[in-house]
Design a protein around this ligand. Structure first.
Ligand SMILES: [Zn+2]
Length: 136
């Protein structure tokens, strides 16, 4: 999965996208200074009231982009590769990518959420670093 997400220059990948029925996602935000990390059994335990509508794309749906509204901030619990529970509170890209990838695990794709399709030009413009706290 790490190879796949890097080769595709993707920012995240969920196991169902590579034909695996396990609850595993990989977040690849190395370009934003966040080391690549896996999350096993990720679940969202809290969502902010504030929502953001941001353009998203998907490695499984090449060429399809659209505005997707999601909570701005989430708290996620997951297990790391050592099986230790981690808790991540984020309001930036980690929150956004994790919500997208967790949807994959639950069989939901952006085409289920897009209300307005777009051209993909916003994605690169909106790239920004997130304030991320990883608590063990
Ligand atoms: Zn996707």
């Amino acid at each position: 999965m790490v190879d796949t997400v890097k080769k595709a220059d993707g920012i995240g990948l969920a196991a169902p996208q590579v034909g695996k029925s396990v609850k595993l996602i990989v977040i690849n935000l190395e370009k934003n200074g966040i080391p690549l990390f896996p999350m096993y059994n990720p679940r969202i335990v809290s969502r902010s009231f504030k929502k953001l509508e941001i353009e998203e794309g998907c490695l499984s749906l090449p060429g399809i982009y659209g505005l997707v509204k999601r909570p701005k901030g989430v708290i996620i619990e997951a297990e790391n590769s050592e099986g230790k529970t981690i808790r991540i509170a984020d309001e930036g890209w980690v929150a956004r990518v994790a919500q997208h990838e967790i949807d994959h695990i639950n069989g939901k794709l952006i085409i289920d959420l897009i209300k307005k399709y777009s051209q993909g030009e916003e994605l690169t413009k909106r790239w920004r670093t997130a304030d991320t706290q990883i608590e063990n």
